[in-house]
Design a protein around this ligand. Sequence first.
Ligand SMILES: Nc1ncnc2c1ncn2[C@@H]1O[C@@H]2COP(=O)(O)O[C@H]2[C@H]1O
Length: 252
Amino acid sequence: MQLRVLGCSGGIGGVARTTSFLLGDRVLVDAGTGVGDLPLDALCGIDHVFLTHAHFDHIACLPMLLDTVIGARRQPVTVHALPETIATLQVHVFNWQLWPDFSVIPDADNGVLRWAPIAVGESCDLDGLRMTALPAQHTVPALGYLFETADGAMAFSGDSADCPAFWGALGRVERLRALIIETAFSNREAGLARVSQHYAPETLLPALARIDPSVDVWLTHLKPLDASCIVAEARNGVHRIAALNGGQTLDF
Ligand SMILES: Nc1ncnc2c1ncn2[C@@H]1O[C@@H]2COP(=O)(O)O[C@H]2[C@H]1O
């Protein structure tokens, strides 16, 4: 299966788009601003959205995606997320003030938006792709995800500060090919990384020591002003470590 990076930046400006990955044709992971670059037929083909958390940079395009595709959908778009994330979006986004409640549009029995609560450790099987919710540690309830096919597995941290349970879960994964790990801040912004619950290289490197050297490490959610500095600080001489880029594809 192919993962296509629609967006992976920790900010905006120029070609930067915020977090969203397309797995195959039907599954979206997060719905940041990168979703808006997809052609209309690709938008209409999205059946599942897996959200890591409710922050704006990860959900910005979800409301407009639903409004755009409603006329082409025979089945709802299923949005998988923690119950707390769903509650936040129901109260603060799909509240008829910021945006209409698409879970009851066109009518209450046939909403184009279907909420599907998911818990840490829970899996969802979709045509040869297994999605498993992984623990994360952020300022709001958050998840990472494990993507598995018959060929291999890839893990995504979502937005997170150091999370021993995440690394523990990865230790039990067979055929882990790649890790997409957020490293939002450089070491000189370590204080901000701490309060906003993100990695900086100084907190990432000790955790990475637990990961087999054969696993490719892709850094994501880099704050644009510090991106090159973050990558330089994160190189550990053990793993292949590089910044994820918008438009890039990864096979797993
Ligand atoms: N005190 C703070 N707590 C949380 N986020 C903050 C704070 N100050 C600045 N931020 C920024 O707000 C952003 C919200 O989204 P992120 O978690 O991706 O990254 C966060 C930081 O860049």
